[in-house]
Design a protein around this ligand. Structure first.
Ligand SMILES: C[S@@+](CC[C@H](N)C(=O)[O-])C[C@H]1O[C@@H](n2cnc3c(N)ncnc32)[C@H](O)[C@@H]1O
Length: 210
């Protein structure tokens, strides 16, 4: 899978200025939800792509797709379209995702409430499990109960090897490690993306009880 996922992706898409304008406007009105004024860089996209190497089949769930830079990286580097489901709570950003990638699998939903939807999608598409979760959600801003709801919803249909890869701009895990342990998850820091401002880190969360 990894070789399929390596490739070249444009670092400066033609719609970047329009995306920044939209994100800035939304950020000013909903700063804690949007949490950025610029789409993630190509280096961040590639770092997420590398973490999919251990997920050769099953559904891939993207949380907080925004204007779609991670979506583009995943699809542009070999992830089959029918394996992807991208979740975005904001309806303006969701409409943009549908225009850019087509509506199939682009869902305007709250990531804290996904278990039933993912169950239906798996059945409809004929997959056994969610094999990977990639998240640029501002999960640090979520209440603890909401962090748990995101994890539990996504892992409700996960394989034993499934990991949730989460970005953060702070050194530590954005979901506290002692809270994770209490909920049956473990955390591991997997990569650092220095060529991004601010520099980013990817963490992975997995179930401990499987
Ligand atoms: C930091 S932006 C990341 C956007 C994009 N993936 C990127 O990398 O540029 C976070 C995104 O998560 C979305 N988001 C925040 N809370 C959410 C929730 N509860 N459910 C779904 N999406 C949410 C925001 O609307 C925003 O688009």
């Amino acid at each position: 899978m990894h070789s399929m996922l390596t490739g070249v992706m444009p670092t400066r898409p033609p719609h970047l200025l329009a995306d920044i304008t939209t994100l800035c406007r939304l950020w000013l009105t909903k700063p804690r939800q949007i949490a950025t004024w610029a789409p993630s860089s190509g280096d961040v996209g590639h770092a997420f792509v590398r973490e999919l190497a251990g997920a050769p089949d099953g559904l891939v769930v993207e949380l907080g797709a925004g204007t779609g830079p991670i979506t583009a990286a995943l699809l542009g580097n070999g992830l089959a379209r029918e394996r992807l489901v991208a979740i975005e709570a904001d309806h303006i950003l969701h409409a943009r995702l549908c225009r850019r990638f087509g509506p199939e699998g682009m869902l305007c939903l709250d990531a804290r409430n996904l278990a039933a939807t993912l169950g239906e999608l798996l059945a409809r598409r004929g997959y056994e499990h969610v094999s990977a979760i990639v998240s640029t959600l501002p999960i640090l801003n979520f209440a603890k109960a909401d962090q748990k709801a995101v994890l539990d919803g996504c892992f409700a249909h996960a394989a034993p090897t499934t990991a949730m890869t989460q970005i953060t701009y702070l050194p530590g895990s954005p979901v506290r490690q002692h809270a994770l342990a209490g909920w049956g998850y473990q955390a591991k820091r997997v990569s650092r993306i220095g060529r991004n401002w601010p520099p980013a880190t990817l963490w992975q969360y997995r179930r401990t009880d499987r």
